[in-house]
Write a protein that binds this ligand. Sequence first.
Ligand SMILES: [Zn+2]
Ligand SMILES: [Zn+2]
Length: 265
Amino acid sequence: MFVDSHCHLTFAPLQSQLAEIRAAMAAAGVGAALCICTTLEEFDAVHALATGHDNFWASVGVHPDNDDVSEPSLDDLLRRAALPRVVAIGETGLDYFRLAGRSHDDMAWQRERFRIHVRAAIATGKPLVIHTRSASADTLAILREEGASNGVFHCFTETAEVARAALDLGFHISFSGILTFRTAADLKEVARWVPLDRCLIETDSPYLAPVPFRGKTNTPALVAHVGAMLAELKSLPVETVAAATSANFERLFGVEVLRPAGLAS
Ligand SMILES: [Zn+2]
Ligand SMILES: [Zn+2]
């Protein structure tokens, strides 16, 4: 059994395809998924997925790329994090990839928003789902300054040094369909040595479909292809990687995935 640790089922076109998505998950042996929140406006829809299905869970957070949405206060996050089936804070972090003429100083709002999320995670004991792009030094610095030690760097595309620093802080590393891309040589090298007990797998659906579906709409069922690539890179049986990444998911987020009939691990 595989688990998709990061997907956006409220995004188009997935939000109108839930029945097909769930059928494809069952057929592919994908037993559960964490539905990720990116705005407060979106939270109720994400949360409804988790309360409506016993193999979906939800996060609460505001994505660093969203600069035209409600700014979350600590209390906004804490109130939603206390609801049933909300198991993580995020996705949150820093993204300096699309600065669009803005300077580092101009992004102070992103750093402040990130700190609020880190404080919510520490106050609730729930893990952080970290998004970092072109901003790893500041991301790591803020985690250190705030004393964060629990969560996952999602859709990991950073260097070996950043992976080592994240692991040293106590974080997990989640690999997406990017791991299957022919051009991802450096990332494959990172995936070979990250300890299996700190690895998660994800789709980031509807984005980043793995090979051989690259460019198409991604869905949680395709996380099996990410798991297969991770197994190949680690020279391990795919069953071993499936079982380990699922167990890591359960341990990190404090949940128990009900094994579908016929799936042993
Ligand atoms: Zn992200
Ligand atoms: Zn995401």
